[in-house]
Design a protein around this ligand. Structure first.
Ligand code: ADP
Length: 354
């Protein structure tokens, strides 16, 4: 039935049924007047049927004329208030469209949006629960450690020269760990809420990497890991970036290459150029990562080897922060890795053009 409301179809129907009805009536009139054929029950049935179908379709058009105005108003309301767009109904350009069909499409559109929204909120809710669980779990470990050391010291350990200083140092390490977690969480939160304004400027990425290498030399020397470039970069390589944030990215990636690198290994940074981009890669020959872990590596608190990460003072948030910052530079980061052979993280930045 609603299909019958279609304006153009109805017009054609009316025309057709008017034509057929007229032809039937003319033929009956002609045969009775000129051919002197007596009208029988079949003729009356035919007249009745054609008049009925003509009137039926005519009434449909009448209904259409009456209701279409209302439906057009509903369409306008749906577009403006529910879908938030200025469609052809709102602009008055309604001649060629069928209001009922449009209303049907609008209802479907709204249902799709609602479904997507409810899925999004479901995911958000489970993500929120998992996130809170992870945060409390991460903080619990150092807090329980501190509690344990303090209890031991109170219960006589304070006077025991063999453990008192050692336990205090361990407690201090746990406090440091908590501070690291909170700092990382704060950074993620700021990046999440967009509170952190990026300050884009001309940055010499080659110079920045050399700076970071010298800052991390002490750490790498403990494992005798060489911090190198794939070739000599004597000239500046200018990119368009937030220096402070990109420093954070490189520090995280290079620190990881040392933390998960092999003793006597190496970390190699290389720059390559494509179009208006500079590709920056940080490669190590460390423990590597199994392929199954790669898709989730940049998630918050995701670790391949929890024990190793904690042992190295990791919060499990480093790569999540890296991903956030790289994305804030309208870029993306990728990883290639093989267990036992090493890992390579690559991202790109826009080249600074004068
Ligand atoms: P974490 O603080 O644990 O280092 P990250 O977010 O920086 O957290 O890294 C997540 C996990 O990815 C680490 O726990 C580690 O298992 C793995 N990972 C990161 N970088 C490397 C690397 N260069 N080599 C091997 N594994 C790595």
């Amino acid at each position: 039935m609603p299909g019958f409301f279609m304006k153009n179809k109805l017009k054609n129907f009316i025309l057709l049924s008017f034509l057929i009805t007229s032809l039937i009536l003319i033929w009956i009139w002609f045969s009775s007047t000129f051919l002197h054929i007596e009208l029988n029950a079949e003729h009356y049935l035919l007249i009745g049927f054609s008049v009925f179908s003509f009137s039926w379709i005519f009434i449909q058009l009448l209904f259409y004329q009456i209701f279409s105005k209302e439906i057009i108003e509903i369409n306008k309301l749906v577009e403006n208030k529910l879908l938030g767009k200025q469609g052809k109904w709102s602009n008055g350009g309604i001649k060629e469209a069928d209001p009922v069909e449009t209303l049907k499409n609008h209802v479907n559109e709204i249902l799709e949006i609602r479904e997507k929204e409810s899925k999004y909120y479901e995911n958000l809710d489970s993500y929120r629960k998992e996130y809170l669980g992870n945060v409390s779990h991460e903080l619990k470990t150092p807090i329980f450690n501190i509690q344990g050391y303090i209890e031991t010291l109170i219960n006589g350990g304070l006077n025991d020269e063999r453990i008192n200083l050692d336990y205090l140092k361990r407690a201090e390490k746990s406090v440091e760990r908590m501070i690291n977690i909170i700092d990382d969480l704060e950074t993620i939160n700021q990046l999440d809420t967009g509170e952190l304004n990026m300050d884009f400027e001309k940055v010499d990425i080659a110079r920045l990497t050399k700076d970071i290498y010298s800052q991390l030399e002490l750490m790498s020397s403990k494992k005798n890991i060489q911090l190198k470039f794939d070739k000599k970069y004597d000239k500046p390589i200018y990119v368009y970036a937030d220096e402070y944030r990109i420093r954070q990215v490189l520090v995280n990636l290079i620190t990881n290459s040392i933390k998960y690198g092999k003793v006597n290994g190496e970390t190699v940074v290389s720059f390559s150029f494509y179009d208006d981009k500079v590709f920056i890669s940080v490669k190590d020959n460390g423990v590597g990562i199994e392929e199954v872990h790669l898709p989730r590596l940049f998630e918050r608190f995701y670790r391949v080897d929890k024990g190793r990460s904690r042992e190295q003072g990791g919060t499990g948030l480093g790569l999540a922060i890296v991903k956030h910052i790289v994305e804030a530079h309208n870029s993306s980061i990728s990883v290639k890795s093989k267990v036992g052979e090493g890992s390579e993280f690559t991202f790109y930045l826009k080249r600074f053009e004068k």
